[in-house]
Design a protein around this ligand. Structure first.
Ligand SMILES: [Zn+2]
Length: 380
């Protein structure tokens, strides 16, 4: 929360700098704005995700060339956030979503065109986790000192969580890239909490927390405002309105979970929702941690999850949007009741432009996820 407040404070300072800049429009006016922003940015320690020096360089470039701001996003959540912040000022920004087909972000490889787009943009926003490790390679090779890069995991700082393996989960084999070792080798991998040999890796699904989303939107709005000072006030107003919506949906989640009779979700699937469940104190069980590459659950895992379903009297089994539901169906078949429903929570890992043109937004997906969770946490 402290971090968030300091970012809001910075946003206010930026807005003030812009307003005072407007009062003395003209040749000198632009310099005054730059100066005011420069000092704020130099003092800015709100996030490790953005380099202040790069921001200054890019600001100057954007002001000099006076053209459209080019923004490239790897995945849908931050793409949609930029859209909300830009609002009606679409003529000022050229916005690209890279993962714009049904390819799940975990199996995406950039094309040459993608690499060119990234290397020529003013602002590049990516997740910073294991599935977009390819980004690091490209960034090392890109010769564009003026490009601003926002790494979402770095930006949320201490709120980033290490991927967790809990009781009943298949252990992820991070080192093996072959699929051949799934199953038999894992027999001793269960019930182990705090196993030291497990590679520590950040859980990259930071966008599935509405609290993280607010921080990330504040930072993105701050950077876009700095890059297009003339419209900074518009971007700030859009961001403020949007962050209020995120905040009120966050409260709705809390209210729904607090009054729910059931407090546990069980995933017959991978589990990218740790940020979301932790925000509201929802308990969980799942077959695989994070977005493990493994898809075959061992007998032990199936038995563990089936017994949990029976013990907790769960009426719903959760899956993510990319599940083939086979594991969930097996758990249901093996359970005492045998008639649970399968509910899908959307982790936004394969949203496309066609979804977007039909009105899908980050907020609409999170609203629909709330309804799904309400149903899963009820007894009916
Ligand atoms: Zn994932």
């Amino acid at each position: 929360m402290k971090r968030f407040i300091s970012i809001i404070l910075i946003l206010t300072l930026v807005a003030t700098a812009v307003l005072s800049g407007c009062a003395q429009r003209g040749q000198a006016g632009g310099d005054a704005v730059s100066l005011a922003l420069s000092s704020e940015i130099q003092n800015w320690e709100g996030t490790d995700g953005v380099s202040a020096a790069a921001l200054l360089g890019s600001m100057k470039k954007a002001q000099d060339k006076g053209g459209k701001l080019s923004i490239v996003c790897t995945t849908f959540p931050q793409y949609d956030w930029v859209r909300q912040i830009v609002g009606d000022s679409t003529d000022r920004v050229d916005l690209t979503l890279l993962l714009n087909s049904r390819i799940d972000l975990h199996s995406y490889q950039p094309s040459v065109g993608d690499i060119v787009r990234i290397s020529e943009c003013d602002l590049f926003i990516y997740v910073g986790g294991e599935s977009d490790g390819w980004v690091e390679d490209i960034l090392e090779r890109v010769v564009n000192d003026d490009m601003i890069v926002i790494n979402m995991i770095e930006t949320i700082g201490d709120s980033a969580k290490i991927e967790e393996v809990i009781e009943g989960m298949e252990k992820d084999s991070h080192d093996g890239d072959g699929d051949g070792n799934i199953g038999d080798a894992d027999d001793d991998g269960h019930g182990g909490d705090g196993d030291d040999e497990h590679d520590e890796e950040y859980d990259e699904h930071v966008w599935l927390s509405l609290k993280n989303a607010q921080i990330l939107c504040a930072v993105i709005a701050y950077v876009i405002s700095a890059l297009d000072v003339e419209y900074a006030e518009t971007y700030q107003n859009n961001a403020t309105g949007y962050i209020e919506k995120l905040d009120s949906l966050d409260s709705e989640y809390q209210k729904a979970v607090s009054s729910a009779p059931v407090k546990t979700l069980l995933f017959g699937d991978r589990f990218p929702f740790r940020y979301l469940v932790d925000d509201y104190g929802i308990g969980y069980y799942a077959a695989f941690s994070g977005c493990s590459a493994e898809t075959e659950a061992s007998f032990d895992t199936i038995i563990f999850l089936t017994e949990k379903v029976d013990e907790l009297g769960l009426k719903s089994i959760m899956v993510t949007e990319s599940s083939d539901k086979r594991l969930a169906e097996t758990i249901i078949r093996e359970s005492n009741l045998g008639n649970q429903q399968i509910l899908v929570l959307d982790a936004m890992q394969s949203v496309t432009i066609s979804d977007e043109t039909s009105g899908t937004t980050y907020l609409s997906i999170m609203e629909s996820n709330l309804n799904t969770i309400k149903e899963a946490l009820s007894y009916s």
